[in-house]
Structures are given as structure tokens and as C-alpha cells.
Design a protein around this ligand. Sequence first.
Ligand SMILES: C[S@@+](CC[C@H](N)C(=O)[O-])C[C@H]1O[C@@H](n2cnc3c(N)ncnc32)[C@H](O)[C@@H]1O
Length: 326
Amino acid sequence: MKTLVKTAVVILLAYEVCSLCGPVNLSPFKPAPLSDEPLHWQSQHLDGNFVPDVVCASHIISSVAENSGLRNELARFLETKFGGMKNLRTNPHLWSLYLRLYDIFTTSSDGYPKLISFVDDHFARTGWILDAGAGTGTFSAALAMNAPARRFLLIDSSAEGLAIAEKKFRYLEQTGRPKEFTQFLIANLLDPPGFGVPVQAALMNNVLYSIPKDNQDRVLRLIYDSLPKGGTFILSDPSSDFIKTSYDLETVIHAASLEAFQNGAQATDYELALATYINLEVLAGKVPPFVSSNELVCKARAAGFKVKQMTTTLYYGINTVLVLEK
Ligand SMILES: C[S@@+](CC[C@H](N)C(=O)[O-])C[C@H]1O[C@@H](n2cnc3c(N)ncnc32)[C@H](O)[C@@H]1O
């Protein structure tokens, strides 16, 4: 009972903190649409045009969930080009496609910048921050924009993801940020070489779930070892507590994509349909099943971390976000 009350207080406090901090502005990092690349196939359902408005976006998103013909097309495209969704963990090119699509929506959404603001408030304004599974670097670039003296080590196994991240930092360098404040490391978190910089804080957003369950503890321990005593680590991962049915899942994806369109996201119907399909497949917990909030807390403690705060109010309420301390 005591623990329950404590958790409720922590969640309430976290909510208060978040309602105080405004979302960061990600508009400088909006990607060019993918339409100049050959991202299409012979489709009975899509025409390759930009999605003109949220009504049309809503129709396409619903079609992915409801129209088996369109779902078969999407599955066939991913199967032929990448060996299917089952290869998400092992095929960095499939991650790269996902990351490009991911940027179209995250940089225009409301939920993602709110999570970044939360992280921003918990990190010092200087020192090296490890972004484990940095993807396209939106998180680090926004944190760098808010505090230019912060330094970043971005690690990811997707070279294409980090190439997009580099473009964001090149943009910041035009405004005077020193190039040597950022390092990019293409590496598998399961087997990274030495980091080579004195890491003082770390973050890992939406990455742990894609690491096989048996190896997750190893990755958390590696991050623990990289930090000095007292160092902060923010761990955010989708939770099995929140996504229970395919209805929950579709509702979140629908809301997040529509919000992005309202805020100016630009995507063709192929891009929207593919992003929706990949998200549905990933979030259906097939790649691999998510852990619950409690399990995540246990994993963090087992790696040696103290749990300073937990919130489940950010990122559309589907992630557990832990503020941890070594
Ligand atoms: C959903 S994306 C999240 C990206 C970023 N953290 C963000 O919040 O925007 C997951 C990222 O984890 C990376 N990833 C997955 N498994 C990895 C591994 N074993 N080693 C390194 N990176 C990995 C993927 O390449 C991808 O960029």
C-alpha cells in the first residue's frame, strides 16, 4: 500500500513538473519528405501523392488496420526488400527506413518534444551525454540546442540513422556549436568498443525493447559502468502495462500521426501507410514483447541504479520513463 501511495505521489509530481516545462521546438530538424526516393510499389490502394489533410490521413491510418489487401501489400514490400518485419532487430537498413519515417512524424508531434523537455530538465547543462540508440539524433540535437555546452556521444547500429543525426548537428554548427562537442559511433550496444569520452549522463529512448530480453540486462549494466557515481541515466521504453489490446495500439498510433499532420508533417500516402504498419507491428509487441513498468524498474535496480523518479504521463502515456542515478 505504502509503495502504491509513493508511486502515485511520484507520478503526480512528475506530471506537475512536466506541465511546467514547455515542449522544445523541433522544427529545425524536420526531415525532407522521402518522396524523391523510390518508396513505392504497384498499389491498388495508394497513389503516391502527399496526404493533403488530417481527414485523409485518418482514412489511410484506418485502412492499414482494416484493409487486409493494403496490409498484404505492405507486408509484401517489407518482405521483398528487407526480409520482413522479423528482421528489424538484425537488419539496420530496415531500421533506417523506419527512422526516416519516424522523423517525419516525431519532429511534428506533441508527445515527443514533451519527453525531450523532461529529459532536458534532468540533465546538467555541460558534460558528455551518452545517447544510446540515438537513431536520427533528434533527442540529442534538441538537448544540444537548449544547452550548447553539452557534449554528445551518439551510438547506434544504423549508419543511415546516424548520417541523418549528423545533418542535424551540422545545422547547429552553423550557429557556432563546436564540431568536436559531438561524436558519432556506429556500433551494436551489445558489443560496443570503448566510448573514448568521459560520459557524465546517459539516455536511452525507445531502444531497450528492440534488444533481445536476455541481453537487456547486459546493456543496462554497460551504461551503468560508463557513468560516474551520481550520474543520471534516463531510461524510457514502451510498457506492456499500457498497450494491452490492438484497440489501444491503434488509438495511440492514430492520435500521434494525426497530431503530427495538424502540426505540419508532410508525408505521402505510402510513407504514412508504411509508418503506420511498422508501428502497429512493432507496438503489437512482436519485436519482442515489451516489459511492464515494474519489470523495467527491477531491471534498472538489478543493474545497480537507484530509481529517483518514474513517470508514465509522457509520450502518449505508453512509455515508462525512469530517472535513474548511479
Ligand atoms: C525507435 S528508434 C529510437 C531512436 C532514438 N532513441 C529516439 O528516441 O528518437 C530505436 C533505435 O535503436 C537502435 N538500435 C536497436 N538495437 C540496437 C543495438 N543493439 N545497438 C545499437 N542500436 C540499436 C536502432 O537502430 C534505432 O535507431
